[in-house]
Design a protein around this ligand. Structure first.
Ligand SMILES: [Zn+2]
Length: 408
């Protein structure tokens, strides 16, 4: 059965229809016809083809389903004690050195089962769906040791087949922190990750991307290079945490290795920006993290002027981005980073989908996935305003309602 979803504004994000004045290609009094799992037609409500059931959403706004391209949402435990310390002036890098931070979540993950991890992730994905999110990238990286990393990836896989949740894209965060069991032997640990773990993840098809945390007190360029070269040999994509605290050349490395995305970039110099622009990599901005850490913004204007496609993601994690809300990240991207609301929405739809190699979503157009949100809002610009609440009334993934009630 074909259903036409009609609304005051239908925001397609279709580049074929974009104009300088309307980068989001919105249609006033528009309609999206959903046929099973796919969009079959988009246009003006008055032109809806005959024989289609019309559902009129009135003065509301329809957009593509949101795509959260950077999350660490497969975790358990709580970091509330450390958060309180940090808010009282404690330093994140010092807390990490004292065994807090990533290592604290590592201990919780290490003592959990696949089922416990999967159940925490599933609950989080449901809450994300309620905020308009239809695709979520989920990283491992809290297991640190082989056994626990594989357990985390197994938990991510366990929820991936559930069509009532947002679509999941798995990333193996291969280098996040040195596990205590490594005994400080970085070289051996990195070699094991590159030579054994990455091939195993690829062979078992547990992830599509490999990620590494490249920073002055994290992993260094040569270490990340070993792991990423292994990823490329195995046919996996590359995503990089780079420049969160210092620019040590992560953007240049990512560009050289053909990374799909370079994430954070609070600190990146002109050379790194030029390399990114030439490579076509997406810049994934994480404004909740820099807000939490009271950091300066990334050089957004320079990235924009260089033509680097911008993505905004939640970074959902228990330490530096204590949120599951992509709309909140969009609000911060506008308030703190100076993105326009239109840029922010594109950064969480078409650009985010492209950075995950999911071009079939993030755009409302014929033959794309029927991933859409009916917002209880009069205009797409309003999506970045009601902070901290969900205004998603109906969320479809592959034509099926994953939040709210609607014809499917
Ligand atoms: Zn991250």
């Amino acid at each position: 059965v074909s259903v036409a979803h009609v609304a005051r504004r239908v925001v397609t994000c279709d580049p074929a229809l974009a104009t300088p004045g309307d980068p989001l290609s919105a249609i006033e009094d528009g309609a999206v016809v959903v046929d099973g799992a796919t969009v079959s037609w988009v246009g003006r409500a008055v032109d809806v083809p005959p024989g289609v059931t019309v559902v009129d959403h009135g003065g509301r706004t329809i957009t593509p389903g949101l795509v959260d391209a950077h999350t660490h949402s497969c975790w358990v435990g709580s970091r509330h004690a450390e958060y309180a310390v940090r808010m009282a002036g404690g330093d994140y890098e010092a807390i990490a050195e004292a065994g807090g931070g990533i290592l604290s979540t590592y201990r919780a993950v290490a003592s959990s089962s696949v089922e416990e991890l999967a159940s925490a992730l599933e609950a989080r994905l449901r809450r994300m769906a309620a905020m308009g999110v239809t695709t979520v990238e989920v990283k491992s990286g809290y297991g640190l040791e082989q056994e626990h990393e594989m357990k985390q990836l197994a938990a991510i896989r366990a929820v991936s087949g559930d069509p009532s949740l947002p679509r999941v894209v798995a990333t193996f965060l291969a280098l996040h922190a040195l596990p205590p069991a490594a005994g400080g032997d970085r070289e051996r640990y990195v070699r094991e990750v590159a030579e054994e773990r990455v091939p195993e993840v690829a062979e078992r098809e547990l992830a599509e991307f490999v990620d590494a945390y490249v920073d002055r007190q994290a992993f260094q360029l040569a270490e990340a290079r070993l792991v990423f070269e292994s990823a490329r040999r195995m046919g996996l994509g590359v995503r990089v945490h780079a420049g969160q605290f210092a620019d040590i050349g992560g953007a240049e490395l990512a560009a050289e290795l053909g990374a799909s995305s370079v994430d954070h970039l609070e600190n990146v110099a002109a050379a790194g920006i030029a390399a990114l622009a030439a490579s076509g990599a997406h810049a994934v901005l994480l404004p909740v993290a820099s807000f939490t850490l009271a950091q300066a913004s990334p050089p957004v204007r320079a990235l924009r002027d260089a033509g680097v496609p911008l993505v905004v993601a939640s970074d959902a994690n228990p330490g530096t981005a204590p949120t599951e809300s992509l709309p909140l990240a969009l609000a911060f991207a506008v308030r703190s980073y100076g993105l326009t609301p239109q840029e922010a929405l594109l950064a969480a739809t078409r650009h985010a989908a492209a950075s995950l190699r999911r071009d079939f979503t993030g755009v409302l157009a014929a033959k794309r996935a029927a991933d859409l949100v009916v917002w209880d809002l009069p205009h797409e610009v309003a999506i970045v305003q009601p902070w901290g609440v969900s205004r998603a009334r109906l969320v479809l993934r592959d034509g099926r309602a994953i939040h709210g009630d609607g014809p499917t």
